[in-house]
Design a protein around this ligand. Structure first.
Ligand SMILES: *Cc1c(COP(=O)(O)O)cnc(C)c1O
Length: 464
């Protein structure tokens, strides 16, 4: 399989050439040159790791040891059950797909755990080293650290806003004692952390000298890993390969639901991909109106489903590439307009009709909706869901069709968002075993000022 850029400015690359990369050099995103096709009949009975291997080898056909890497990743030890992503049936035709049973209790573990093993493998083969630099407001950073802890030839420098995460989120990162993990607690807010990462990355000489890389959600290996659970969820929710299923997906950077789009393109009979946003409704606006308007940083609202608080959706360009018939010149033009005006509008273009063909529908959810959904699921089914999952369920139920099974993706455990659970239910969320004392474990982090120079000096002194 070869990979091209959505902006058309890059020669086709192999998987191992792009796996450690973020953006393509022309500013676009890497996508496979063609979409491989699924073999549903052969895949239905496979275990998670077997299925992951079948899916991933279509995308990563230049990794001879892929099978071992996949088997090492998707284990009962890491994900709590042999199912890896267990399906809970709430009533006939309504299911919850548990994606949040990994080490940091959010769905990002499913992709990140694989990425950690892939990075270590590729670096080892090449005799190279990598320093991962990132900024986090909570979930992504901890998933990355738990995936990369103890890995050979890799160090992690994760910037987080000091004192601004939930105690649980902070402890998930700061309690790690691995020597290759460096938590930099920035005296500032999340935007300061992001600005520092941008400033450091803009220094090409520094980046080159210290081999700085990232693990953000545009990494193709993360998308590919997420394709797997759409198949797994489909097989668990159906009895035969002819049936159609809809998926409800709480969305932020469009990584999770884009993986569903890829699965559908590979031949999985998905009827609807139901996209849910919170109050930050950039994507809902696009799917309703054809207008994609990115928000200014000051326009982003801090909500009770914080991992969906985005100003723009970093994977969205890949989907638009498909909408415009994989025409890179069109993508370049649309993103030129976006850079100039902060908006492009497809409502009067023939491409917008393709949206219906891709199965996407959307809706949004508010804080009050989340509370009501959490209550409703607790009272009706005895199931506690987190606020992000609640966003997905709320919109999923609005768009549910009679006779079509609905699979709602559970993207985090309620234990991570105790405050909202208390507000909704007046009780503490259950804690999975092993996490009871998390906040009381000894913590290890480095306080730093909100200053790129200070962060650079720290990295230079501790880089791999
Ligand atoms: C990251 C995240 C999301 C959003 O997923 P995207 O791939 O960014 O669309 C939803 N819920 C939770 C809990 C997350 O951590």
């Amino acid at each position: 399989m070869r990979y091209v850029s959505t902006r058309g400015g890059v020669q086709p690359q192999r998987f191992t050439d792009i796996v450690l990369e973020g953006l393509a050099p022309d500013g676009g995103l890497y996508v496979p040159e063609r979409t491989p096709q699924a073999d549903l009949a052969a895949w239905r009975k496979l275990s998670y790791a077997e299925l992951a291997f079948e899916v991933l080898k279509l995308f990563a056909d230049d990794i001879p040891d892929l099978k071992e890497l996949v088997e090492k990743t998707y284990t009962r030890e890491a994900f709590g059950s042999d199912d890896i992503t267990p399906l809970k049936t709430l009533e006939p035709g309504l299911h919850l797909l548990g994606l949040s049973n990994g080490p940091t209790l959010a769905f990002k573990d499913l992709a990140m755990q694989l990425l950690g093993n892939l990075f270590e493998y590729v670096l080892g083969k090449r005799g190279e080293r990598l320093n991962i630099l990132g900024a986090t407001s909570g979930d992504t950073g901890s998933a990355a650290e738990h995936a990369l802890r103890g890995k050979q030839n890799i160090r992690v420098f994760m910037l987080s806003p000091a004192g601004r995460m939930t105690p649980f989120q902070a402890a998930q990162m700061y309690a790690l004692q691995d020597a290759n993990i460096h938590n930099l607690a920035v005296q500032g807010v999340f935007d300061d952390c992001q600005d520092i990462v941008k400033a450091v990355s803009a220094d090409a000489a520094f980046k080159e000298r210290h081999r700085i890389g990232t693990v953000n959600s545009i990494n193709w290996a993360r998308v590919a890993a997420q394709v797997v659970y759409y198949f797994k969820g489909y097989f668990a929710a159906t009895a035969s390969d002819g049936e159609q299923v809809s998926f409800a997906v709480p969305s932020g950077n469009f990584g999770n639901i884009y993986a569903g789009h890829v699965a559908r393109s590979m031949g999985l009979p998905i009827r609807r991909l139901i996209l849910a946003t919170n109050e930050n409704d950039v994507l809902d606006e696009f799917f309703r109106s054809g207008r994609y308007r990115v928000r200014a940083a000051g326009e982003v609202k801090a909500t009770s489903s914080p991992s969906m608080d985005i100003s723009k959706a970093s994977n969205f360009e890949r989907y638009v590439f498909d909408l415009v018939g994989r025409d890179a010149a069109q993508v370049r033009e649309l993103w030129r307009r976006l850079a100039a005006d902060g908006v492009f509008d497809l409502s009067r273009s023939p491409w917008f009709r393709n949206v219906a063909e891709t199965g996407f529908v959307s809706g949004s959810s508010t804080h009050a909706d989340r509370l009501a959904t959490i209550r409703r699921f607790w009272e009706k089914y005895g199931v506690m869901v987190d606020p992000h999952t609640a966003d997905g369920i709320k919109v999923g139920l609005e768009q549910r069709e009679a006779g079509v099974p609905l699979v709602c993706l559970e993207t985090a455990q309620p234990a991570k968002f105790a405050e909202t659970i208390r507000e909704a239910l007046g009780r503490e969320p259950a804690r999975p075993s092993g996490y009871e004392n998390l906040e009381r474990l000894p913590q290890r982090f480095e306080p730093v000022p909100a200053d790129a120079g200070a962060v650079k000096r720290y990295i230079a002194g501790h880089a791999a």
